[in-house]
Design a protein around this ligand. Structure first.
Ligand code: SF4
Ligand code: SF4
Length: 494
């Protein structure tokens, strides 16, 4: 019998749809430290359950009607967000408002109840364990190949200079990353080739990537690598090299035409949109789909729907990121986000997402550093599973604090020094943050960028300065994902 997305027989009257990794191929690629840890409050295997186990529906579960007989459910501590249900499955779920056995006289209902347990919408009453944090499997490193750039973006946090990373320093940097990865039994490393603009010297990228491939293979480490570029220097030979090296490409695009140019311009003041759009289309024509990073400030909000049209019409993966105040851009008050304006702009942008509903999930793309791909206790991997290495081989905790180095590439285990540092940026778990610890969104939001919070409040244990924005948009992100699941998977199980 054909099995559906939900592992229920096709003939079942119960419809329960949840995303799987393979089905979504989601992106949460961004220019920050990718988080790679999960928390699960009650990961539970129904096959291991006692025959007379009793289950219930936690009170904080969101249950929201959609079109037709569809609903979506969101359980803040579950692994799957959201889960789509038809009327029959919703009614079955409701029977667990009071604790009961998952055994029904009807075999179909029992199978559906087991699926609801697998999705973690139903939890065993006797086993509400404290959240457990899984160990990260990937160590991420930002290689800051150059401090030089051909653009002068309004929000850039770099004090630009011609300083570039010598090849030998780059190789020592990669050695250091692999040393820490091996010592700490990571399964893979992720390298972000960044700057400045790393494609100012593309040969260095290819050389260091080849070196990374050799040393990771020697230690049986998986390698994932991405070039973070402004997109203006892309040529056909560079794109061919990216393909040949199996390197991913992330391009910053902040709008269409003037909206992009208002933030991202050359040193002489000319806008860069024409060159970036040409680079994106050149890459696409040659089989490379760049991941688009959009930085939202008050300058480009009005154009956000048009930006989303540009991105989604090309079926490109993307992330929407909020401008972060920094000392370099500090004087530019017109970049600052106004809560009401950005909430309105995001709602308009989500309308465009609903129009296209891409096949890949947007759960990690739509709300700055928040990700609904998997519950997690920290916003990013800073101070845990992340190294930022500057052109001189000094190692810092965050790319926005490159001057605050804590060690260098000669350290036997640089990650140990980073993790032990108590003076610089502190990336504490969301359960330690005032107010966040009681928030229903905490394991998907994790309290926002620690640096932004510290800048706004002088503390790391406070909610994000963007908290009101996040709370306003999170339900809409879940709704979009539910609509996407219905679009692509309801047909498979009807
Ligand atoms: S920043 Fe706000 S939305 Fe995010 S976890 Fe904290 S309280 Fe919740
Ligand atoms: S601290 Fe903030 S800026 Fe630094 S990597 Fe984390 S989310 Fe990004």
């Amino acid at each position: 019998m054909r099995q559906s997305q939900n592992n229920l027989p096709c003939a079942s009257r119960f419809r329960i749809i949840r995303a799987t990794d393979a089905a979504t191929r989601a992106t949460d690629q961004c220019d920050c430290a990718c988080v790679d840890t999960r928390v699960a409050a009650h990961a539970f295997d129904p096959d291991a359950a006692q025959p007379h186990a009793v289950y219930h529906l936690p009170r904080d579960t969101h249950l929201t009607p959609l079109a037709g007989d569809w609903h979506f459910a969101f359980q803040p501590r579950a692994l799957f967000a959201p889960v789509v249900l038809n009327d029959a499955a919703r009614d079955l779920l409701a029977q667990f408002a009071a604790p009961r056995s998952a055994q029904f006289a009807n075999a179909e209902a029992t199978a559906a109840a087991r699926e609801l347990i697998t999705t973690q919408l139903l939890v065993p009453t006797e086993r509400l364990a404290a959240p457990t944090t899984q160990v990260a499997t990937t160590l991420t490193a930002w290689l800051h190949l150059t401090n030089a750039c051909n653009l002068r973006c309004a929000y850039c946090y770099l004090a630009q200079s011609p300083a570039a990373m010598p090849r030998t320093t780059g190789e020592r940097a990669l050695d250091a990353v692999v040393r820490s990865a091996v010592r700490r039994a990571y399964r893979g490393v992720k390298i972000k080739f960044a700057g400045g603009e790393p494609l100012i010297d593309p040969a260095l990228v290819w050389q260091l990537h080849d070196y990374a491939r050799r040393i990771t293979a020697r230690h049986s480490l998986a390698l994932d690598a991405v070039v973070l570029s402004n997109g203006t220097l892309l040529t056909a030979p560079i794109i061919e090299q990216l393909r040949a090296h199996n390197l991913r490409l992330m391009i910053s695009l902040d709008g269409v035409g003037a909206a992009h140019d208002a933030q991202r311009h050359f040193a002489d003041g000319r806008g860069s949109f024409v060159q970036v759009a040409r680079g994106i289309d050149l890459a696409l024509a040659r089989g490379v789909a760049p991941e688009i990073s959009v930085t939202l400030s008050d300058r480009n909000l009005d154009d956000l729907p048009a930006t989303m049209e540009f991105i989604l019409a090309r079926d490109l993966p993307f992330t929407l990121n909020f401008y972060r105040e920094n000392d370099c851009a500090g004087a530019r008050a017109d970049l600052r986000l106004d809560d009401a304006r950005i909430i309105a702009a995001l709602r308009e942008a989500y309308r465009v997402v609903e129009k296209y509903l891409p096949r890949r999930s947007c759960l990690g793309s739509l709300a700055d550093r928040a990700s609904f791909l998997a519950p997690h206790a920290r916003t990013c991997a800073v101070g845990c599973d992340y190294l930022v290495i500057d052109p001189r081989g000094r190692i810092a905790k965050c790319q926005m604090q490159m001057d605050a180095s804590v060690t260098d590439v000669r350290a036997a285990d640089p990650l140990q020094v980073v993790q032990a540092d108590r003076a610089g940026i502190q990336n504490i778990e969301v359960d330690e943050k005032v107010r966040c610890r009681d928030c229903e969104w905490k394991y998907f939001c994790a309290g926002g960028c620690p640096l932004a919070t510290f800048r706004a409040t002088g503390r790391y244990d406070m909610p994000s300065p963007h908290c009101a924005i996040y709370r306003a948009i999170y339900p809409q992100i879940l709704r979009l994902e539910a609509l996407r699941l219905i679009k692509y998977y309801a047909g498979e199980i009807s």
